[in-house]
Each structure stands twice: as C-alpha cells, then as structure tokens.
Design a protein around this ligand. Structure first.
Ligand SMILES: *[C@@H]1O[C@H](CO)[C@@H](O)[C@H](O)[C@H]1NC(C)=O
Ligand SMILES: *[C@@H]1O[C@H](CO)[C@@H](O)[C@H](O)[C@H]1NC(C)=O
Length: 512
C-alpha cells in the first residue's frame, strides 16, 4: 500500500511537471515577480484553466499562490472565451444596419423604465459602427456593404430640413429605419454626434482611398461641391465641429448643458485632427487649415480639465466615467497628448479617484469583493440617480479597455511609468517602491490582470443571462437592468476584448 501511494505521488509529480513542460510554463520565479492571476477563492482548477501557476504554500504570506508563469504563455485564459465573444458579437450584429437601411438601434427594448430605446442615437450609432468597422470578424465585402448602408443613412439624416429649429447635424436621435428626425422634447443640441460620426467615416474613407475607390469618396463623403451633399458626409460634419466646438451642448448622458465637457472636447479634437489630415489628402488645404486651427484651440482647452487631482469631465460635473470613455475613443498617441496617454500620471490618478468613488457608491462592489470576484463596476458619475443610480456595463468595460491599453503601452515603451507609480500603488494596494522594482513584463501583466479583473466582474453578472448585455447592473444585487441588449454595451465590451488581444500580441512579441 505504502509503495503504491508513494508511486502514485511520484507519478502525480511527474505528471504535473510534464504538463508544465508541455504547455511551456515556467513557474519557478522569485516571489517578488509573481503576479496574481486568480483572486480570493480561486481553486486549483480555475487557476489551471487560466494557464497560471499554482503554489498554495504562499497562501498566508501575501505571496500570490495562483500567478502568471514567467514569460508566457501569456496571461492565461481571457475572461470571455471565444464562444462567449462570438455570442456577444452576434447580439450586437442584430442591432446594426436595421432593415438594410444603415441605422443602428440603441437597444431593441421598447419598454424600459425610461420608455422605448428603439431609436438610432447619432452618438451610439457612430461609436458602434466604428467598433464594428475596426474589430468585427465580418468578411471584407460584408463589412463594406454594411459601411455603405451606414453612409447612406448618414446622408439621409443630414439632408433633411430640421423640424426642431436647430442644426440637423446636432440632433440626438432618429426614427428607424428611415432616419426621420425625432420631434419630441429632448436635450438639444448634442454636438458630439457630428464629431463621432466623422471619425468613423474617415476611417472607412481612408481605407477606400488606399484601395483606389476614390469615386465612392467623391460621390458621398467628400464631394468637393457645396451643392452636392453639402460637400459630403464627412466634410459637412467637420464643418459643424469647427464652427461649434466652443458652444454650449448637452452632455453624452443628455442631462446637463455646458461648453466644457471633456468627452465632447476630446472627440472634437480627434475629429478635427483626423479631418485636417483627410482634407489634405483630398487636396482641400483651406478646410485642412480651418480644422487644424480649431484643433489647436480645443487642445489648449483640454489641458484645463486637470484639477490637480484628476481629469474632470466639466465644471458642473467633476467625477465622470465619460472621461475614461474619451481617453479610449479619442486618444491618438501624438506627443502633444502625452498627459492623456494610458499610463500618464493624470490618467492613472483619474482611474484611481474614479475607482474609489464607484467602489463606495455601489453596494454590489463590496459584495462582489467579499465573494472573491475581482475588479470594480463603474457607474456614469458621482451622484448619478437615473434609475436609482447604477453601475453601467459600458463605462465598466471602458475601464478594462484602458487597463489593457496601459499594459500595451508599457510593453511598447519598454519602461515603467515612474510618474504614475504612486497612483498605481494605491490602486493595487502595494508600495510604489515594490512596483518600481518589477520588470517591464511583470508590470504590464499587473495592468492586464487589472483589466481581466474588471471583465471578470462584468462576466460574473452577465453569464446568467447568456451574455446578453443590458445597459445597467443593479447597484445592490448586480442583476442586469434597464434597456436590454444595449448596442453600446456590446461595443465597449468588445473593444476591451480587442484591446486585450492587442496586448497579448505585443507581450508575446516582447517575450519571443
Ligand atoms: C524561469 O523564469 C525565471 C525568472 O524569469 C528564470 O530565472 C529561470 O531561468 C526560468 N527557468 C527556465 C527553466 O526557463
Ligand atoms: C466557453 O463558454 C461557453 C459559454 O459560457 C461554455 O459553455 C463553454 O464550455 C466554454 N468553452 C470552453 C472551451 O471553456
């Protein structure tokens, strides 16, 4: 008996070693380099399923006992597996190109507490079509057909007489499937729409130019003649942004008015910079100069949002997760944007402040943490009371995306972001000094696993509904609530997934 037990143990050890060798895992690394892969309550099976190393002897010493292996295979399993990602893509796809007329339904839910969501919001549609264009797995021809439908939608939306006495381009929402303007009472104008729409269309148009499809661009997107579609779908929107960037507008949540929203300004900035480059490509140096001049002024205003502690959304709404969304959606990586780079001290400080705010604001964050679910759920802003004031999937996913972008940036820059370390130290509950001793690879893994934690917390609350994503999660129970199948929720979760994939590629390239 004794012998057989010993033999079995030996076999077990050999097997474990074999598994480790076969999967290429190196689990023998110094304690100081171990990056937590699991969370409180992680079992050996879950740890293994994430491709991580299991060493429970560290359990009581503060050393992670489920940790990432040295040098890869990179950050174990993704929070959402391929089947789950495909399901979410499918649910999102059903909300696009309604009746083949190019509109995007914000949510097919016609009966939420706030009424029907069966509308095409200009903002949601532009953001969703951008995500789909950049990260869908559609065939090139299906994607081109989908974008063509969207272009036709935008042209129909732009080329009607506004019934509400404002500029048609700043209307918030439209009837489906035909793009007739909504005429009920609503917060107007919403000036982020034209900026977001032009950014999406410029991506498409730039690819068209590169593939010699100039005639399509000249027919619809940049016509070179004011009498033909007001100069084209892209130029018409950019002209609006250049003329109105300093004006009062409603915010992205359609509740508040100001002329200094960070979300708006950063998206104006990106649209104008992209627009100036595109105008130059089209030989329109006059428009290029107009957009560049406006972009310079917007950039100067963006710097005013640092209040000494965090990047604030506006003077009348300081702590807002829309800042995180803007940092993801508008950052272009130029040196003049250094303060808005994913690992800048401003950005790390902002994440830190918002995480603390939302941790305190929602009981579900405390409950999840007690239950060993990693991450944090974000809402919209401090003091939100809409539908009781709840976590939102789209802002939470934006946080995950930002963490993955930060991880990639660390890898790409090849050094630790020393100015931001005190903020990361607070975020991770470690000293800045010990963080500062980590290798570039391990620091990047810290950030990526923070992203994984956030997606894991979302996943925990949406798995029960079969990965259908609603707008909100109940602040006390975490159950999905408000509009079902919100297109923007899918867009942001899938953007986070894409940012994770990009990190894995960058990380593997570095470790190769
Ligand atoms: C495992 O990783 C550690 C830390 O990076 C390294 O010192 C060690 O040489 C590696 N061992 C093997 C077998 O690659
Ligand atoms: C992926 O997720 C689906 C749905 O949650 C699950 O049924 C399936 O077993 C998972 N596949 C793998 C390979 O883990």
């Amino acid at each position: 008996m004794q012998a057989r037990t010993t033999m079995a143990t030996v076999m077990g050890v050999v097997l474990v070693a074999l598994v480790a060798v076969v999967s290429g895992q190196n689990c023998s690394l110094p304690d100081s380099d171990k990056v937590n892969c699991g969370h409180v309550g992680t079992t050996q099976a879950e740890c293994g399923a994430h491709g991580c190393c299991w060493a429970p002897e560290g359990k009581n010493s503060g050393t992670p006992w489920c940790f990432y292996p040295a040098g890869g295979p990179v950050p174990g399993g993704a929070p959402f597996n391929a089947t789950e990602v495909a399901m979410m893509r499918g649910f999102m796809r059903a909300n696009l190109n309604i009746d083949n007329l190019g509109g995007v339904v914000a949510s097919p839910d016609r009966n939420t507490p706030g009424g029907t969501y069966y509308w095409n919001w200009e903002r949601d549609a532009a953001l969703s079509m951008r995500m789909w264009y950049e990260h869908s797995d559609d065939s090139a021809s299906n994607l081109a057909a989908m974008m063509d439908s969207y272009v036709q939608w935008v042209l129909r939306a732009q080329n009607q007489v506004d019934p509400n006495g404002i500029d048609i381009r700043a209307e918030p929402k439209y009837h489906l499937p035909n793009a007739n303007v909504f005429t009920g009472g609503w917060c107007r104008p919403q000036d982020d729409g034209p900026a977001l729409r032009s950014t999406t269309l410029i991506l498409f148009a730039t690819d068209l130019l590169a593939s010699n499809s100039m005639s399509y661009v000249a027919k619809y997107l940049w016509t070179g003649s004011e009498s033909h579609y007001h100069g084209g779908a892209i130029k018409y929107d950019l002209d609006y942004v250049a003329a109105n960037w300093a004006s009062d507008t409603c915010d992205l949540w359609e509740e508040l008015r100001s002329n200094d929203f960070f979300w708006n300004r950063y998206n104006y900035y990106r649209a104008l910079v992209d627009g100036a480059a595109f105008a130059t490509k089209m030989g329109d140096s006059e428009s290029a100069a107009t957009y560049s001049a406006a972009a310079g002024k917007v950039l100067a205003a963006l710097g005013d949002h640092w209040n000494g502690q965090f990047i604030q959304e506006s003077s009348n709404r300081q702590k807002g997760a829309s800042v995180i969304c803007a940092l993801n959606d508008a950052y272009m990586g130029s040196s003049v944007e250094a303060n808005f780079a994913p690992t800048s001290s401003w950005v790390a400080a902002t994440v830190n402040v918002l995480s603390a705010t939302f941790t305190d604001m929602f009981k579900i964050n405390t409950i999840d943490t007690q239950n060993g679910i990693p991450g944090v759920l974000y809402g919209r802003y401090a003091g939100d009371t809409y539908a009781g004031g709840n976590p939102w999937i789209l802002t939470t996913a934006a946080l995950a995306q930002l963490h993955y972008r930060a991880a990639s940036e660390v890898v790409n820059v090849g050094k630790l972001p020393h100015d931001a370390l005190p903020h990361y130290a607070e975020m991770f509950g470690e000293s800045a000094e010990s963080l500062g001793k980590l290798s570039v690879a391990n620091f990047a893994l810290r950030l990526a696993s923070a992203g994984d934690g956030v997606l894991e917390r979302i996943r925990y609350h949406v798995a029960g509904a079969g990965f259908h994503l609603s707008e909100q999660l109940d602040r006390d129970t975490g159950f999905e609530m408000s509009a079902t199948d919100l297109t923007w929720s899918y867009a942001n979760v899938l953007k986070a997934v894409a940012a994770r994939d990009a990190f894995v590629v960058a990380y593997e390239r570095m470790m190769a």
